[in-house]
Design a binder for this molecule. Structure first.
Ligand SMILES: Nc1nc2c(ncn2[C@@H]2O[C@H](COP(=O)(O)OP(=O)(O)O)[C@@H](O)[C@H]2O)c(=O)[nH]1
Ligand SMILES: [Mg+2]
Length: 497
């Protein structure tokens, strides 16, 4: 039980770090309109997708230990349902839905991570809901049951983009179960693609689990092998990979018991009984995996933000030095011009009074300078900007793959930002923000990784020790102190500037 508490507090720390250090910067430079922590707050979630009738709801009911979700042969349930924990009714009174909330409330409540789904509109809101259930299975995670995929023609009648919703949810999920029923594996291709596109390559592989469900409907072992083989073939087509991902095989015993051929249970079933337990354990491990994802999330966005600021800073510095140079040239030109006017007056008009010469020359050079600033300087600056935008890729060095990836992610944004004539940040802002983000990248994310690996290698006993020695507290305090030091350094930088 303690392990969970630490995981929760570590998770909160990561979310806090993102909210406090990354989000304000992300907003200032247009990197993200929604707070970056929106996608990672709340509890770890398991997203269950698959064809209709692949047995999603039945399997979920099996894990929850009660018939919570509607099941049936026809595509009856067309809602996305978030299933989460509520212990206000004791388990002894039976596992049940304690409270239900509709989509509208869910999309607008800042406690939940779903505000980004508002863009899918009213129709989606009407097909989105939350159930609070007193099942112990949900103590540390939430499950999202989804309506099944239909063929692409009926998909258009939904009134919202189903694939996009899946992609958005997958981004927030710690684990995605893709269910196939033993006899069809077709329409999953689109869902797989939209999820693949929304998740970074990094987090994709360990987030998806394929499940061959309803295996009790294979009458013989040969039949099962045939189905399994077909699924492997389909999956390699869908994923475009030669190596076949691990597929877990299972079924819902309750659903199997009420189906017609339950009398003749296929002989191989008892041998595969352990797979459901495996699957269950994998699901229960989601909170721990989720911490890895969060650490990666922090790192990737830290990396990109830092790269973004670096690019803007490089440009701002180049621009500043260009501007100063040109103003200086303008100044020289106006001095020369003023001198020339005075010289002409002296030689051609024979004027000899130094005060008059000086003031006429002065006024002349002042005029030239003004003309320079109003016409030439603006033109030159615009030219510089255009030329730099055309040669954007040389703005920052991209030596390795990480830098290439982050550059690809921010390039358009850099372009948009630099195209603007007026920006609402100063060179000083850039300097400070870059410093802060570096601090997060170097200090916070390393601490999180260390804590995480320490944490992984600990047994329950060690964890108890850990709690007693309150190392967690210590690490936390240390991090706090480092942040305070950063604050101090920040003020020092401020003074230096
Ligand atoms: N034999 C058998 N039937 C199942 C199994 N899982 C689900 N079913 C049946 O298949 C139908 C659709 O199941 P449901 O859970 O609603 O599928 P969903 O649309 O993916 O949520 C229901 O009639 C279930 O009783 C299973 O593992 N074995
Ligand atoms: Mg269902």
């Amino acid at each position: 039980m303690h392990r969970e508490n630490y995981m929760n507090s570590l998770r909160e720390d990561i979310v806090d770090t993102v909210a406090k250090y990354l989000t304000p910067v992300a907003r200032r430079y247009g990197y993200s309109d929604t707070p970056l922590e929106t996608n990672i707050k709340w509890r770890p979630m398991v997203l269950v997708i698959g064809n209709y009738s692949s047995g999603k709801s039945s399997l979920i009911n099996e894990f929850l230990g009660a018939k919570i979700q509607d099941t049936g042969q026809a595509p009856t349930d067309d809602s996305f349902t978030v299933l989460t924990y509520d212990d206000s009714v004791p388990e002894t009174e039976g596992i049940q839905v304690v409270e239900q909330r509709d989509g509208k409330a869910l999309l607008n409540d800042p406690e939940y991570p779903f505000s980004t789904l508002r863009k899918h509109g009213q129709r989606f809101a009407a097909h989105f809901q939350l159930k609070r259930i007193n099942s112990p299975f949900l103590k540390n995670l939430a499950i999202i049951d989804t309506p099944g995929m239909l063929d692409s023609i009926s998909e258009r009648d939904r009134g919202y983009d189903y694939q996009e919703v899946l992609g958005d949810l997958a981004q927030k999920a710690g684990l995605v179960l893709v269910l196939f029923d033993a006899h069809k594996a077709g329409t999953v291709r689109e869902a797989y693609k939209s999820i693949r596109e929304t998740l970074t390559a990094h987090t994709f592989e360990d987030r998806i689990i394929f499940v061959l469900n309803r295996i009790d409907e294979c009458t013989t072992f040969n039949d099962l092998l045939r189905v399994y083989g077909t699924l492997c073939w389909n999956l390699s087509q869908i994923t475009g990979r030669k190596d076949i991902p691990m597929i877990r095989m299972t079924y819902s015993s309750n659903a199997a018991a009420i189906s017609k051929n339950s009398a003749s249970q296929p002989p191989f079933l008892p041998l595969l009984e352990n797979q459901r337990e495996d699957l269950k354990q994998t699901i229960l491990q989601t909170p721990l995996r989720r911490l890895d994802h969060l650490a990666t999330y922090l790192e990737i966005h830290g990396e990109r933000l830092s790269h973004l600021i670096e690019a803007l800073q490089t440009f701002a510095l180049e621009f500043q030095s260009f501007r100063i140079k040109k103003i200086f040239i303008g100044f020289l030109v106006s001095l020369l011009g003023g001198g020339l006017i005075a010289f002409i007056l002296m030689t051609l008009a024979g004027m000899a009074d130094p005060t008059i010469l000086l003031s006429v020359g002065g006024i002349g050079s002042g005029l030239i300078m003004t003309l320079w600033l109003v016409f030439f300087q603006k033109k030159l600056e615009q030219k510089f900007r255009t030329a730099r935008l055309e040669d954007l890729d040389t703005l920052t060095p991209v030596a390795d793959q990480t830098r290439k990836d982050s550059w690809r992610a921010i390039r358009d944004l850099v372009y948009q930002q630099l195209k603007k004539n007026k920006v609402d940040y100063t060179l000083y802002d850039l300097k400070l923000d870059r410093f802060n983000i570096r601090q997060v990248n170097d200090v916070a994310s390393q601490k999180i990784r260390e804590t995480l690996s320490e944490f992984r290698s600990m047994s329950e006993d060690d964890l108890e020790e850990w709690r007693k020695s309150s190392l967690a507290r210590e690490i936390y305090e240390k991090e706090k102190k480092e942040m305070a030091d950063a604050e101090f350094l920040k003020t020092s930088v401020q003074h230096m500037y």
